[in-house]
Design a protein around this ligand. Sequence first.
Ligand SMILES: [Zn+2]
Length: 329
Amino acid sequence: MWAAIGTDGGKAGANAGFVVGEDGVAVIDTFADPEAAKELLAEIRKLTPLPIRFVVNTHYHLDHVNGNDVFAAAGATILAQRNVRDWERTENLKWWGDKIKPEVKARVESLKLPDVVYDQGVDLYLDSRKLEVRSYPGHTGGDSIVYVHDAGVLFCGDLFWNHHIPNLTDATTGVWTKTLNALVGSGAGKFVPGHGEPGTSLDVRALQQYLEDLRAAVGLARAAGKSGDALVEAVLPELQTKYGSWGFFKEFAKANIKQTGEELAGSKRVPHPAGSAASAKPSAPYLPLRVQVGEKAPDFTLPSADGQLVKLSSLEGQNVLLDFYEGFW
Ligand SMILES: [Zn+2]
């Protein structure tokens, strides 16, 4: 298997990868530009004449899907988490705001969408070689990793940025840090990030530490009454000291502070799955909770972090941390 590492600011725009099995090839992500995708296809062709059977899009961001048409034309079936199909042609317009050029808009609105979607994940087989595709929250709400168990290699997409400041535009850092525990817990020896060089679990932990430091620093500054530009000014020096040498610091650090401020304030806009409007019926075990401050909550059973079911009334007088997910818990 190979990792195709994009140069920061280069035409590829991100990393990709591919796995060769006995009866075909699976590609992970397709770069920011069809020309880069064609180069990747040409490199694969130098190594094997086997058919390109699958492409997995790790998430909807343009720098991971813009070469989909190149691989579809080569015969690949494109797979992704369900939200990628919902968001690919719409959410990708936002990177340009209202200054988007007509030809860019037309390109985004005609991007090749995934042919097959899944919710939690899917296993792919290249004859005997198994690829475990699994969805995890954090970076966009529709991200997947690809684990090649027989090689101990985990393709992480943008759930892992190796010594690069991540793009947090769509992120929920509170759950992302937990996702990183799961990735490290996979036991993989090699982690291929969406941006930066392949790394080890220590490098994944470094990103986790960054997200935790960012959340802590932004939380403290918010508690001291900072918001807007003052929040950025208060937090940036601390990040600069610790993470100033990371890639994309100039590009993303300030936005990271602002966006994390919004996340902690509960005002952050993140993309939502199609049909998840407030009126949509949540599936069990999530129940809508609407309680006025000072009002006694109705009593019901809820799952706790260790998998036990507990009655809400049994928690009276205790401090309880509720995890909110898509507006329901
Ligand atoms: Zn991304």
